[in-house]
Design a protein around this ligand. Structure first.
Ligand code: COA
Length: 342
């Protein structure tokens, strides 16, 4: 199929193995623009690269091509390419994720799309989604740079809404939030298992309600208790608890970002830590408990040699949106979602 855009003719065709390297160049250019708006993402392969440098982009392009190649070898993947007079000018690759909670799905990951012109987003998605929907794949996800409002608008016009936000902040000690007085933060101990099981229920119960309406099942308390009987001591996923007046009222778990299965490709800067879980009992919110827990996680992150801390949250979780922004996280990517239904 061909389409005419002003004076340029663009051919849309299925993505193939030979497109991986040129797609890497497009992705590297997109990521370079992203880094200009969010320098903490530079550690994913573009640090110090200047557009004027004739050798610019060799490392970043090969790294970006590696991200595309990784996607392109995933099971069940397919994609479309847009070719203009100067070669590849856009691509879109979908990859299915396992897990009943996602529905019959295709994901356009952070490395799964890049265009030289925003008016290529719609035709690429139109061709790719044709076969997805014909095969009953009606839950579509796209991880899109948060700084590019024009591209976000293109996805919104295609029926995609905000579902999830990725955020990042520096671990520079000069920017640390000040812990609240009256809140003691310490590493979890074996006798915290009951309190941790109770706190582990908090996000699931909170997000099962309006306006999040998460479909994720609320876990069973006894199973959580059994997990926390040993989980409190896991060094890969260290847990901190917050104590007020002698009672554990909040908890958080962190790790290195490489442990996360959700932050992939350009959404995974080197040297990043990840905050994977945080909860405060309802009666103790608004007293700086999360602020105190984050201060401890930032300190742990620095000790691991990390330069940034990454987090993600549901767009519809208003407490999360307010808290993480107030605690210095800025948006890097938005996960958009479209359910083709009615
Ligand atoms: C999100 C959550 C952990 C915040 O915990 P918290 O102890 O109440 O947060 P803090 O009191 O430390 O607030 C930190 C900052 O966030 C902002 N904030 C937090 N809750 C807010 C609210 N409801 N309205 C406005 N601002 C809010 C404040 O600006 C605050 O800054 P300040 O301390 O300088 O005033 C808590 O609401 C919670 O457990 N929610 C349910 C579970 C959940 O959603 N977990 C996160 C999943 S990603």
């Amino acid at each position: 199929m061909t389409s005419t855009r002003e004076s340029t003719t663009v051919e849309l065709r299925p993505f193939g193995d030979d497109d991986v390297a040129p797609a890497g160049l497009l992705l590297a250019a997109r990521h370079r623009a992203h880094v200009r708006s969010q320098p903490l993402l530079a550690a994913s392969g573009t640090a110090g690269v200047s557009d004027a440098d004739p050798t610019a982009g060799v490392t970043e392009a090969s790294r970006a091509a590696a991200h595309v190649a990784e996607l392109w070898t995933a099971a069940g993947v397919n994609g479309w390419a847009a070719e203009g007079g100067d070669g590849l000018c856009g691509y879109l690759i979908g990859m299915p994720r396992r897990g009943a909670a996602w529905g019959p799905n295709m994901w356009v990951e952070a490395a799964g799309h890049a265009v030289t012109s925003t008016d290529l987003v719609a035709p690429l998605y139109a061709r790719a989604s044709e076969s997805w929907v014909a095969d009953g794949i009606v839950a579509h996800y796209a991880v899109v740079p948060a700084h590019d409002r024009t591209v976000l608008d293109e996805w919104a016009a295609l029926g995609f809404g905000g579902q999830h936000v990725h955020g990042i902040r520096s671990v520079d000690p000069g920017l640390d939030p000040v812990p609240a007085s009256g809140v003691e933060v310490r590493r979890a101990r074996s006798d915290d298992a009951d309190a941790l099981a109770e706190l582990d229920l908090v996000p699931a119960e909170h997000q099962s309600r309006s306006p999040v309406f998460s479909a994720a099942p609320v876990p069973d308390r006894a199973e959580l208790r059994a997990e926390w009987a040993t989980g409190w001591a896991d060094e890969r996923y260290p847990t901190f608890v917050a104590v007020r007046d002698g009672v554990v009222v909040g908890a958080t778990t962190c790790c290195l970002l490489v442990e996360s299965s959700m932050h992939l490709g350009p959404a995974r800067p080197d040297g990043a830590a990840f905050l994977g879980f945080a909860a405060v009992l309802p009666a103790h919110r608004g007293h700086g408990v999360a602020r105190s827990l984050i201060a401890a996680v930032l300190d742990w992150s620095r000790r691991q040699g990390c330069s940034s801390l990454v987090i993600d949250w549901r767009s519809t979780n208003r407490e999360s949106s307010r808290t993480w922004r107030a605690l210095g996280f800025s948006e890097t990517f938005r996960r958009l979602h479209r359910h083709v239904a009615y």
